[in-house]
Each structure stands twice: as C-alpha cells, then as structure tokens.
Design a protein around this ligand. Structure first.
Ligand SMILES: Cc1ncc(COP(=O)(O)O)c(C=O)c1O
Length: 432
C-alpha cells in the first residue's frame, strides 16, 4: 500500500501562530497536537466530504475520530446541509422561541426511551451539569456518584488529574465508582447514606457491562432514593437510535445526548421522566443559544435520516468487519497479547499494551504514524458514520496490515522509539 510523508507546511505554520495566542494551541484537547504524532500527522483540517477529510495542505484521509463522534452521517451530508441552508434563509437565532424547539422535543420523546420531557444545550457538559443540578434539587442532596467522563465542569473535572482551579469543597462532593463493580457503588451508598443525589454514568464506554450490572446499578440507585442518569453523549443514536438504554433495555430516570445528534452542529439534550424533568423549570438552566435554530433544524434532519436509513445497523456492520479484521491481523502477527480491538462492534477501541500489560502510548503512536502515512486518521477509536463505505473499510484494513508489519518489527527489535519519526502521543489526563 502506498505510504508517503505528506507535506504539512501549512499545518505547521498555523500551529506556530496558534501557540503564541491560544493556550494549549487548541480548543479541544483531543483534537490538539498532543494527540497525534507531530511531524507526521496533519494538524489543521480544511474540509470534509462523507467519511473523508482534507487537511490544509491538501492531503486526504479516511476519518475515524469523526470530530470525536458528532459526524454520524458524513461531512457535508446533503439532507442535513439542505435543512441548515433552508433555515439559514429565515434566521439563525431569535429574540423569542421558535417552533422547531417543540418539533425536536417531540421527535426525541419518540426516540429516547426515558424521554417524557426534553431541554436542549450546546455541549455535552451543559446537559450532564444540568442533569446533576436537577438531581440535587429533586432529592435535596449534594453528593454525586459518577463513572466515566462527563465533561469540563467543576463537579466532574474535580475528580480528574486536571483539577486545578476546582475548589476542594466541590471536589469532595463528587465520588467515583468502578464500572462492572457493583460493590464499589454499594460502598459509596453505605458510606454516604442519604447524601447521594444521583448516579451518573456512561452506560458503556468500551468494556461491555457484565450481565445484570446496569440493572443492579438501577436497583441500588433507586433503593437508596437517588436518581439514575445515563450519560449517552457518546452512545446516544450510535448503539441504537434510542441509545444504550434501548440497546440494553435498562431505562434511566434522566439521560443526556449530544454528539451524533445533528451531524456536527452544536446541540445536546437532557431528557427524562416528567416527574423529575418538570422541576428543571424552577431551577436555572438557561442560556442565550439554547434554542439556536440551525442546530434544531440539523438535529431533526439528522435523526429522521438515521431512522429512515437505519444508520446504527451500518455502524454495527462496518464495525464488525474492522474489529474482526484487526483482531485477525493481531493474531496472524502473533501480537494478540500486545494489541487488540475491543468493545461493541458499533463503537470499538484499539488497545496497545507494553510487555508488562500497561497501556503503551509508544505503540499507539507508531501505529498511528504508519496508518496516517497511508491516509487513515487514526486515534484508537472507531467512530463510524453512514458514509464509511466497504471500500473505506478495505483500505483501512490494508493500512492496518502494513502498520502491523512495522509494529511487529519495532517490538521484536525493541526499538519502538527509533521507528517513531515524530513526537509520541501524550495522555490528556495523567493517571491519578
Ligand atoms: C460521555 C461524555 N459525556 C460528556 C461529554 C462532554 O461533552 P462536551 O465535550 O460536548 O461538553 C463527553 C465528551 O467527550 C463524553 O464523551
């Protein structure tokens, strides 16, 4: 397969300008330069079409991060762009409300199992934070139990290694438990009796729930008088149109959605049981762009298209080929204990382990370098869109094969660093 070191002149120049005036050089850590092998990976993108993207130097790639999940149909997808352009003729955002707020709320109520009432946000963090505030108000309790990633606001980020600037009093209110470890949640409830307002969790990140785990979480949460919130910012519209709650048949009290809802337009949703949701009207959850209309139009067009075309089936179908194909390659090269693709077919992750079984960013970096050279933008996650074609999958598997040849050589020669032609990928959060 063709490999080339692509010209990155413009990308590099832009980054030099950005570093002087934009802290960290980026708006989103996971899209920034620390997440890609510098010197090999593109840094700035110009445009996209379907499942392909083009960087500012004119290089083309098959995209798997897909803007970190929001692009579920494809870049410049005609049905959605048409809806945005039609709305643009009438206006973007207004001084009073717009009827599309109701149309989208009704559509989400028909789509998301727990949804009886709905409010909108812009980012995922808006609605996870809204859900937590609502749960606190509803239960008259302050503490939160969480499991997963939930955004940039104080109540969550205080639990991470990037917690500078979050007051200690806030940090103490958010407790964490481990996925697939019901005992760890049990302990939180025992040690904080009648103090936990809600359990907020990603129903699945990559590791699958063990049998009954989600049902047990729900039962334990309710038995302790708490609210169960599924953070479906990633899983919503992806595992099934109704998200992980539809896929696993476990219905939470509240749920959040965001990425994947509007094919890239900035909108998120907090949905849930009427009995809890109606209290949101008494709290403060309100912002200037909450009902911005281009995003509402895009969300309606996206969800209808995803429903009509059964888009999540496409994710499962293409994902299975890529996941099985990757694992077959790892086996063929005798690397199954060092790298594997895990998770649900529709949303799987490729893992790299050093000889002690620990995450290896060096291996990931080398694999990323070699796939990028072959025209695949790789960050370890398979985020599919409806435009990922059979041909894309085959080209990707061919690139994976070539990259694995090099990975194997580098491991055998104990020379990962020497094979790396740029700087290795860095973690966003240091392990605590
Ligand atoms: C599960 C989950 N929840 C919440 C968020 C926060 O969303 P946003 O970055 O749009 O604020 C993310 C973002 O990656 C996420 O993956």
């Amino acid at each position: 397969m063709e490999t080339k070191n692509r010209r990155l002149t413009k990308s590099i120049k832009y980054l030099e300008r950005a570093k002087k005036i934009i802290p960290a050089g980026t708006q989103t850590f996971s899209k920034g330069p620390t997440q890609y092998v510098q010197g090999i990976a593109p840094i700035y993108l110009q445009k996209g079409k379907g499942s392909h993207i083009f960087d500012v130097d004119g290089n083309e790639y098959i995209d798997y991060p897909m803007a970190l999940g929001p692009i579920t149909l494809g870049y410049c997808y005609p049905a959605v762009d048409k809806a945005i352009i039609a709305q643009l003729q009438d206006g973007i955002t207004f001084s009073l409300m717009h009827p599309l707020e109701i149309d989208l709320a009704e559509l989400l109520i028909d789509t998301i199992p727990c949804a009886e009432m709905v409010r909108f946000g812009k980012n995922g963090s808006d609605v996870t934070s809204g859900a937590v505030r609502l749960a606190r108000a509803y239960t008259n309790r302050d503490k939160i139990a969480c499991c997963g990633y939930h955004g940039w606001h104080d109540w969550y980020v205080g639990t991470t290694s990037r917690n500078r600037g979050v007051p200690q009093v806030t940090r103490e209110l958010t407790l964490t438990f481990q996925y697939n470890n019901i005992e760890s949640l049990h302990r939180l409830f025992t040690d904080n009796k009648d103090q936990i307002a809600c359990v907020i969790m990603e129903p699945i990140s990559v590791t699958e729930p063990s049998e009954d785990f989600l049902a047990e979480v729900k039962e334990l949460t309710h038995r302790n008088g708490s609210i169960l919130i599924f953070d479906e910012i990633v899983t919503g519209f992806r595992l099934a149109l109704g998200g992980a709650q539809e896929y696993y048949g476990i219905i939470p009290d509240l749920s959040t959605a965001g990425k994947g809802m509007a094919n890239g337009m900035p909108i998120s949703a907090l949905a849930g049981k009427e009995e809890v949701m109606r209290h949101l009207g008494e709290l403060f959850f309100s912002f200037t762009f909450g009902g911005e209309v281009l995003s509402l139009a895009a969300a309606i067009a996206t969800i209808k298209e995803m429903d009509q075309k059964q888009v999540s089936r496409h994710f499962w179908h293409q994902g299975k080929k890529l996941k099985n194909g990757y694992n077959a390659l790892a086996q063929e090269f005798g690397l199954s204990d060092r790298t594997f693709c895990e998770g649900l077919d529709a949303h799987a992750a490729i893992r790299f382990r050093d000889s002690d079984g620990k995450d290896s960013l060096e291996m990931k970096s080398l694999f990323q370098q070699e796939t990028i050279k072959r025209g695949i933008l790789f960050n370890g996650i398979h985020n599919f869109c409806y435009s990922h074609s059979d041909d894309d999958i085959q080209v990707t598997l061919d690139a994976y094969r070539d990259a694995m040849v090099i990975l194997k050589k580098a491991i055998e020669e104990n020379a990962l660093e020497e094979y790396l032609e740029g700087t290795a990928v860095q973690p966003v959060f240091r392990p605590l």
